[in-house]
Design a protein around this ligand. Structure first.
Ligand code: ADP
Ligand code: GN1
Ligand code: MG
Length: 391
């Protein structure tokens, strides 16, 4: 049997962390097998393939022989982005164990399909290091599941809102001080703004002049956008445990489109629920992809926003504070602005963070996010009305 690596072939490897990813191109059966054995697994590998479309980690689906043995996901965590991988895994275990205990207590008979199950190696650690210092993790592949890249009907949007809302609810009684900040200041607007202004002044890739009009549009909104971090700094917004990467493709559904579980838990850490609500609408409320080059395709999906909000509030209205509720619509603009300055900073820095598929990818992503931000601004009043009705 031979296996062909199909992923990453279109990626441009400009940077340190992605250079080590080039290593994934050379993965072979022996290496995949080696990881299974290192994790103490006795199942026999049948086939494997690169999996998913993430910008940060390397993911492989490993199918095993026999109907009764589990399949696995082997994932190389990007330790240039996640600088404390053991700390990150500790967060994941705390969160998933907490959710699993609740599922079991409520009579769930198949909890391993309803919450991610990370596997430990015989030494008790949830990772295996390779000879070049990469961290590899193994978790159960949730069978008969699928993720979606975009929402196609309001029912899915409602389910997604409920899924992320329930995730926050389930974690609302876990002490947030027991978790580390996986990526310090991940959604800290002041920090992201500082990185942005540094990228502008350093102009390392010589792209500032070309981007000046876009830079100005984003700078003009800074005062409004820095409000969120000010509320957090002043203790006016509570720190809770949040997911922090609530793209729609981080929910797994079953064949009947019921929620199975939330995945991609690398950024689970203390944060504001506004990060999660806003980031979900960043992808789900947009009729186009985050890197759509044709800006005329970017519209607001009002019906999906309404359905998502209804689903979300059906789980969360019981614990949100008045400021959290009032700021849900603002959080959507904030998260899109933050993503725009992150993409633009990366473009100005010469594409050192996100995987890119073509040289101007980060520029197109920025323009696309800026257009979506304008669309959100145009729809702001209608969105506030929808939240009020849903409440
Ligand atoms: P990334 O950080 O690169 O987005 P993810 O952890 O989200 O990586 O995984 C990539 C894709 O793999 C997901 O979008 C999903 O389709 C699939 N996937 C991840 N975890 C599981 C799982 N436990 N069971 C089934 N599929 C999964
Ligand atoms: C990255 O790779 P992925 O899809 O999990 C990024 C998110 C961004 C997203 C943009 C750790 O997520 O913050 O919103 O790309 N994750 C990290 O698509 O930086
Ligand atoms: Mg993901």
């Amino acid at each position: 049997m031979s296996y062909k690596i199909v992923d990453w072939k279109d990626c441009i490897y400009n940077n340190q962390h992605i250079n080590t990813l080039a290593h994934s191109k050379k993965m072979n059966d022996q290496q995949i097998n080696h990881f299974l054995i290192s994790f103490g697994r006795t199942e026999k590998m049948a086939e494997w393939k690169p999996f998913g479309h993430g910008h940060i980690n390397d993911t492989f689906l490993v199918r095993t022989a026999g109907n009764s043995s589990p399949d696995f996901i082997l994932q190389r965590k990007n330790h240039y982005v996640f600088k404390d991988v053991p700390g990150m895994l500790n967060n994941i275990i705390l969160a998933t164990d907490h959710i699993r205990a609740k599922l079991v207590a409520s009579g769930e008979t198949d909890p391993d399909r309803r919450v991610m199950k990370y596997l430990s190696a015989p030494n008790g650690k949830y990772y295996v290091l390779d000879e070049t210092g990469n961290y590899w993790t193994l978790f159960l592949f949730i069978r008969d599941s699928h993720g979606i890249e975009e929402v196609t009907n309001p029912g899915q949007a409602f389910t997604a809102g409920k899924a992320f809302g329930r995730f926050q609810l389930e974690l609302s009684d876990l002490d947030s001080s027991s978790l580390i900040e996986t990526i310090p200041n991940f959604h800290n607007g002041k920090f992201r703004f500082q990185q942005f202004t540094e990228a502008i002044s350093q102009n390392s890739a010589g792209r500032r002049t070309e981007m000046q009009p876009v830079i100005d549009h984003l700078l003009n909104r800074a005062d409004e956008m820095l409000k969120l971090q000010n509320w957090l700094d002043r203790g006016e917004l509570p720190l809770r445990i949040t997911h922090n990467d609530t793209k729609i493709n981080n929910i797994l559904f079953d064949h009947q489109n019921n929620i199975l579980c939330i995945i991609d838990l690398d950024t689970v850490m203390p944060g504001s629920i506004l990060f999660d609500f806003g980031d979900a609408i960043r992808t789900l409320g947009n009729s186009a992809a985050e890197d759509e080059a044709d800006l005329s395709k970017i519209h607001f999906q009002t019906a999906y926003f309404e359905a998502f909000t209804n689903g979300y509030l059906s789980e969360c209205s019981r614990f949100l504070t008045p400021l959290e509720k009032e700021s849900l619509v603002y959080s959507c603009r904030y998260m899109v602005w933050e993503q725009a300055i992150r993409f633009l900073s990366d473009y100005l820095n010469g594409d050192t963070y996100y995987k890119i598929a073509y040289p101007e990818h980060n520029k197109i992503r920025t323009l696309s996010q800026l257009r979506y931000l304008e669309v959100l601004e145009e729809n702001s009043d209608a969105m506030v009305q929808i939240v009020d009705n849903a409440w």
